[in-house]
Design a protein around this ligand. Structure first.
Ligand code: MN
Length: 213
């Protein structure tokens, strides 16, 4: 896991011209009790896998076959006739990014350059975490909350459905999946409890640091 960052992890999704379900960076019970093995096995083995399978079907024989996920996401964003390809490519990317945004040894505090950048932008780590949680809670319906770099400044963003910060000139550092399938088996409608447990116990500040570039 220590070698995982934005510059190399997405290549794990592509084998030749076929998209593959990249391995989880931990066992499916490793995030318990915050995220159960039951939730993780459905979320990864059914939802994430379905996006991979759908993407392979959608791009077969098209100009997009064999392109990186990032290339597809940028090329298809905002085009109604390409929405199914965008949605599945972005969901494959977002889920890979989400798995690495969590760690069995996560939570705690960021350090070093990341901590300095967070304090410069938000005043304190706690203020940053609070804004991250607010984005996750106020994303109406399905979507994602993000910690990201806007130029050299750390910011918080949220995207609906399969939305990707890559289309907004933001460099993602961390994400939280707030689709109901991410938490409903464990938390039912209590999205706030899911979000605060992730930020307290699983969020992977080391991954965010690696993504600073
Ligand atoms: Mn999901």
């Amino acid at each position: 896991m220590t070698n995982v960052n934005l510059d190399n992890f997405s290549s794990a999704a592509l084998a030749g011209s076929e998209y593959v379900l990249a391995p989880l960076p931990y066992a499916d019970n490793a995030l318990e009790p915050v995220i159960s093995a039951n939730t993780l096995s459905f979320h990864y083995g059914k939802h994430h896998k379905a996006y991979v399978d759908n993407l392979n079907k959608l791009v077969a024989g098209t100009e997009f076959a064999g392109q990186s996920l990032e290339e597809i996401i940028i090329a298809t964003a905002g085009q109604a006739d390409k929405a199914p390809i965008f949605n599945n490519a972005a969901q494959v990317w977002n889920h890979m990014f989400y798995w690495h945004s969590l760690s069995p040894n996560g939570g705690g505090e960021p350090s070093g350059a990341l901590k300095e950048k967070i304090e410069a932008a938000f005043g304190s780590v706690d203020a940053c975490k609070k804004e991250f949680a607010t984005a996750a809670l106020t994303q109406f319906g399905s979507g994602w909350a993000w910690l990201a770099l806007d130029g050299d400044k750390i910011t918080i963003a949220k995207t609906g459905n399969a939305g990707s910060p890559l289309t907004k000139n933001l460099r993602p550092l961390l994400t939280i999946d707030v689709w109901e399938h991410a938490y409903y088996l464990d938390y039912q409608n209590r999205r706030p409890d899911y979000v605060s447990a992730i930020l307290d116990k699983l969020i992977n500040w080391d991954f965010a640091t690696a993504n600073l570039g």
